[in-house]
Design a protein around this ligand. Sequence first.
Ligand SMILES: O=C(CO)COP(=O)(O)O
Length: 235
Amino acid sequence: MKNSNKPAQTKMSNRKGPLIINFKNYLEISGDKALSLTKEAERVSEQTDIEIVLSPPQVLLAWLAKNTKLSVIAQHLDVQQPGPSTGFSIPEIVKDVGGAGSLINHSEHPINLNIIRDLIPRLRSLGLLSIVCAKNLAELRDISSIGPDFVAIEPPELIGTKKSISTEKPSLITDSFQHLKLEASRSQLICGAGINSSEDVRIAVQLGSKGILAASSVVKSKNWYEKIYELASQF
Ligand SMILES: O=C(CO)COP(=O)(O)O
Protein backbone atom coordinates (compact mmCIF):
# COMPACT_ATOMS: atom_id res chain seq x y z
CA MET A 1 0.00 0.00 0.00
CA LYS A 2 1.24 3.46 -0.90
CA ASN A 3 -0.20 4.88 2.23
CA SER A 4 -0.10 2.46 5.10
CA ASN A 5 -1.85 4.50 7.77
CA LYS A 6 -4.41 2.58 9.78
CA PRO A 7 -8.09 3.11 8.95
CA ALA A 8 -9.96 5.51 11.19
CA GLN A 9 -11.50 4.04 14.34
CA THR A 10 -15.08 5.21 13.99
CA LYS A 11 -18.62 3.97 14.43
CA MET A 12 -18.35 2.42 10.90
CA SER A 13 -18.57 -1.36 10.97
CA ASN A 14 -17.38 -4.00 8.52
CA ARG A 15 -20.83 -4.27 7.00
CA LYS A 16 -21.54 -3.78 3.30
CA GLY A 17 -21.90 -0.22 2.11
CA PRO A 18 -21.82 2.55 3.08
CA LEU A 19 -24.93 4.08 1.63
CA ILE A 20 -24.31 7.74 2.44
CA ILE A 21 -27.36 9.98 2.41
CA ASN A 22 -26.41 13.61 1.86
CA PHE A 23 -29.30 15.70 3.22
CA LYS A 24 -27.85 18.86 1.57
CA ASN A 25 -29.98 21.86 2.54
CA TYR A 26 -33.27 20.54 1.23
CA LEU A 27 -36.23 21.88 3.16
CA GLU A 28 -37.72 18.38 3.13
CA ILE A 29 -35.28 17.54 5.95
CA SER A 30 -35.34 20.83 7.83
CA GLY A 31 -35.65 20.66 11.63
CA ASP A 32 -37.52 17.68 13.12
CA LYS A 33 -37.97 16.12 9.68
CA ALA A 34 -34.26 15.26 9.66
CA LEU A 35 -34.85 13.01 12.65
CA SER A 36 -37.79 11.30 10.94
CA LEU A 37 -35.60 10.49 7.93
CA THR A 38 -32.87 9.31 10.28
CA LYS A 39 -35.24 6.88 12.01
CA GLU A 40 -36.31 5.42 8.65
CA ALA A 41 -32.66 4.98 7.69
CA GLU A 42 -31.98 3.25 11.02
CA ARG A 43 -34.84 0.86 10.38
CA VAL A 44 -33.47 -0.02 6.92
CA SER A 45 -29.96 -0.46 8.26
CA GLU A 46 -31.20 -2.89 10.91
CA GLN A 47 -33.29 -4.86 8.40
CA THR A 48 -30.69 -5.07 5.63
CA ASP A 49 -27.49 -5.01 7.73
CA ILE A 50 -26.12 -2.32 5.38
CA GLU A 51 -24.00 0.51 6.75
CA ILE A 52 -25.96 3.72 6.31
CA VAL A 53 -24.23 7.04 6.99
CA LEU A 54 -26.05 10.36 7.25
CA SER A 55 -24.71 13.76 6.26
CA PRO A 56 -27.08 16.46 7.53
CA PRO A 57 -26.62 20.23 7.43
CA GLN A 58 -23.98 21.27 9.97
CA VAL A 59 -26.54 22.89 12.28
CA LEU A 60 -28.33 19.54 12.73
CA LEU A 61 -25.28 17.32 13.10
CA ALA A 62 -24.83 17.31 16.89
CA TRP A 63 -28.51 16.73 17.57
CA LEU A 64 -28.82 13.88 15.07
CA ALA A 65 -25.61 12.23 16.23
CA LYS A 66 -26.99 12.14 19.78
CA ASN A 67 -30.23 10.56 18.59
CA THR A 68 -29.08 7.75 16.32
CA LYS A 69 -26.85 4.71 16.27
CA LEU A 70 -25.95 5.44 12.64
CA SER A 71 -22.80 7.33 11.77
CA VAL A 72 -23.39 11.02 11.15
CA ILE A 73 -20.82 12.99 9.16
CA ALA A 74 -20.36 16.66 8.33
CA GLN A 75 -20.98 17.96 4.81
CA HIS A 76 -17.83 20.05 4.85
CA LEU A 77 -14.96 21.03 7.14
CA ASP A 78 -12.75 24.05 7.43
CA VAL A 79 -9.06 24.03 8.15
CA GLN A 80 -9.10 26.56 11.02
CA GLN A 81 -7.52 25.42 14.28
CA PRO A 82 -9.41 25.29 17.58
CA GLY A 83 -9.57 28.79 19.01
CA PRO A 84 -10.67 32.18 17.82
CA SER A 85 -12.38 31.68 14.46
CA THR A 86 -16.00 32.43 13.64
CA GLY A 87 -18.44 30.66 11.37
CA PHE A 88 -16.22 27.69 10.51
CA SER A 89 -16.69 23.97 11.16
CA ILE A 90 -13.62 22.23 12.47
CA PRO A 91 -12.87 18.51 12.91
CA GLU A 92 -12.25 18.64 16.67
CA ILE A 93 -15.70 20.04 17.39
CA VAL A 94 -17.44 17.70 14.93
CA LYS A 95 -15.82 14.82 16.80
CA ASP A 96 -16.70 16.25 20.19
CA VAL A 97 -20.42 16.36 19.36
CA GLY A 98 -20.49 12.77 18.12
CA GLY A 99 -19.72 13.19 14.42
CA ALA A 100 -18.01 10.23 12.75
CA GLY A 101 -16.20 12.16 10.02
CA SER A 102 -16.86 14.38 7.06
CA LEU A 103 -17.46 14.70 3.39
CA ILE A 104 -15.05 17.24 2.01
CA ASN A 105 -14.56 18.88 -1.37
CA HIS A 106 -18.13 18.26 -2.52
CA SER A 107 -18.56 19.92 -5.93
CA GLU A 108 -21.13 22.19 -4.25
CA HIS A 109 -18.47 23.20 -1.70
CA PRO A 110 -15.04 22.70 -3.29
CA ILE A 111 -11.80 23.34 -1.40
CA ASN A 112 -8.26 23.38 -2.70
CA LEU A 113 -5.88 20.45 -2.70
CA ASN A 114 -3.59 21.94 -0.05
CA ILE A 115 -6.48 22.18 2.38
CA ILE A 116 -7.46 18.58 1.58
CA ARG A 117 -3.83 17.63 2.30
CA ASP A 118 -4.05 19.31 5.71
CA LEU A 119 -7.43 17.90 6.63
CA ILE A 120 -6.96 14.21 5.85
CA PRO A 121 -4.21 13.48 8.43
CA ARG A 122 -5.97 15.71 10.95
CA LEU A 123 -9.18 13.70 10.55
CA ARG A 124 -7.26 10.47 10.78
CA SER A 125 -5.46 11.47 13.95
CA LEU A 126 -8.84 12.22 15.51
CA GLY A 127 -10.25 8.85 14.39
CA LEU A 128 -12.66 10.54 12.01
CA LEU A 129 -13.63 9.22 8.58
CA SER A 130 -12.48 11.20 5.56
CA ILE A 131 -14.66 11.00 2.46
CA VAL A 132 -13.29 13.26 -0.24
CA CYS A 133 -15.33 13.99 -3.35
CA ALA A 134 -13.78 14.15 -6.81
CA LYS A 135 -15.57 15.57 -9.83
CA ASN A 136 -13.50 13.69 -12.42
CA LEU A 137 -10.73 11.15 -12.83
CA ALA A 138 -7.91 13.71 -12.72
CA GLU A 139 -9.14 14.97 -9.35
CA LEU A 140 -9.60 11.42 -8.09
CA ARG A 141 -5.97 10.68 -8.95
CA ASP A 142 -4.73 13.71 -6.99
CA ILE A 143 -6.92 12.94 -4.00
CA SER A 144 -6.28 9.21 -3.81
CA SER A 145 -2.55 9.87 -3.62
CA ILE A 146 -3.22 11.64 -0.30
CA GLY A 147 -5.02 8.55 0.97
CA PRO A 148 -8.39 9.47 2.51
CA ASP A 149 -10.57 6.59 3.74
CA PHE A 150 -12.88 7.02 0.74
CA VAL A 151 -12.82 8.92 -2.54
CA ALA A 152 -16.30 9.68 -3.87
CA ILE A 153 -16.46 10.16 -7.62
CA GLU A 154 -19.40 12.40 -8.56
CA PRO A 155 -19.70 14.08 -11.97
CA PRO A 156 -21.38 17.42 -11.11
CA GLU A 157 -23.40 17.56 -14.32
CA LEU A 158 -25.41 14.49 -13.24
CA ILE A 159 -26.09 15.62 -9.67
CA GLY A 160 -29.80 15.98 -9.01
CA THR A 161 -30.75 14.92 -12.54
CA LYS A 162 -31.97 11.34 -11.98
CA LYS A 163 -29.57 10.38 -14.76
CA SER A 164 -27.10 8.33 -12.82
CA ILE A 165 -23.36 7.86 -13.02
CA SER A 166 -24.11 4.13 -13.27
CA THR A 167 -26.03 4.41 -16.53
CA GLU A 168 -24.55 7.60 -18.03
CA LYS A 169 -20.87 7.20 -17.11
CA PRO A 170 -20.23 3.60 -16.05
CA SER A 171 -16.66 3.80 -17.36
CA LEU A 172 -15.94 6.55 -14.82
CA ILE A 173 -16.70 4.07 -12.03
CA THR A 174 -14.61 1.36 -13.68
CA ASP A 175 -11.68 3.70 -14.37
CA SER A 176 -11.77 5.08 -10.81
CA PHE A 177 -11.82 1.58 -9.37
CA GLN A 178 -8.96 0.46 -11.63
CA HIS A 179 -6.89 3.48 -10.67
CA LEU A 180 -7.27 2.84 -6.94
CA LYS A 181 -6.41 -0.79 -7.47
CA LEU A 182 -3.35 -0.09 -9.63
CA GLU A 183 -2.04 2.43 -7.14
CA ALA A 184 -2.79 0.05 -4.26
CA SER A 185 -4.44 3.06 -2.70
CA ARG A 186 -5.70 2.87 0.88
CA SER A 187 -8.80 4.76 -0.32
CA GLN A 188 -11.96 2.85 -1.11
CA LEU A 189 -14.34 3.94 -3.85
CA ILE A 190 -17.72 5.55 -3.45
CA CYS A 191 -19.74 6.92 -6.34
CA GLY A 192 -22.72 9.19 -6.65
CA ALA A 193 -24.67 11.65 -8.80
CA GLY A 194 -28.18 10.92 -9.99
CA ILE A 195 -28.40 7.57 -8.16
CA ASN A 196 -32.11 6.90 -7.84
CA SER A 197 -32.89 3.22 -8.34
CA SER A 198 -31.90 -0.22 -7.18
CA GLU A 199 -30.47 -0.83 -10.64
CA ASP A 200 -28.16 2.20 -10.28
CA VAL A 201 -26.79 0.79 -7.03
CA ARG A 202 -26.47 -2.73 -8.43
CA ILE A 203 -24.44 -1.53 -11.44
CA ALA A 204 -22.20 0.75 -9.35
CA VAL A 205 -21.36 -2.00 -6.87
CA GLN A 206 -20.76 -4.47 -9.68
CA LEU A 207 -18.33 -2.01 -11.32
CA GLY A 208 -16.28 -1.76 -8.13
CA SER A 209 -17.87 0.90 -5.97
CA LYS A 210 -17.85 0.02 -2.28
CA GLY A 211 -20.30 2.74 -1.33
CA ILE A 212 -22.98 5.01 -2.75
CA LEU A 213 -23.60 8.69 -2.16
CA ALA A 214 -27.21 9.74 -2.73
CA ALA A 215 -29.21 12.87 -1.99
CA SER A 216 -32.28 14.02 -3.91
CA SER A 217 -33.75 10.60 -4.71
CA VAL A 218 -33.98 9.87 -0.98
CA VAL A 219 -34.65 13.29 0.50
CA LYS A 220 -37.33 14.20 -2.04
CA SER A 221 -38.99 10.80 -2.01
CA LYS A 222 -42.59 10.64 -0.77
CA ASN A 223 -41.66 7.50 1.15
CA TRP A 224 -38.20 7.69 2.69
CA TYR A 225 -38.26 4.15 4.07
CA GLU A 226 -39.10 2.58 0.69
CA LYS A 227 -36.50 4.57 -1.22
CA ILE A 228 -33.72 3.91 1.29
CA TYR A 229 -34.67 0.23 1.38
CA GLU A 230 -34.65 0.07 -2.43
CA LEU A 231 -31.11 1.50 -2.58
CA ALA A 232 -29.74 -0.43 0.40
CA SER A 233 -31.05 -3.79 -0.76
CA GLN A 234 -28.70 -3.86 -3.79
CA PHE A 235 -25.29 -3.95 -2.07
O1 LIG B 1 -24.33 15.35 -4.66
C1 LIG B 1 -24.75 14.23 -4.40
C2 LIG B 1 -24.43 13.54 -3.15
O2 LIG B 1 -23.42 14.16 -2.46
C3 LIG B 1 -25.64 13.53 -5.32
O3 LIG B 1 -26.82 14.22 -5.39
P1 LIG B 1 -28.07 13.52 -6.09
O4 LIG B 1 -28.21 12.15 -5.46
O5 LIG B 1 -29.22 14.43 -5.79
O6 LIG B 1 -27.75 13.44 -7.54
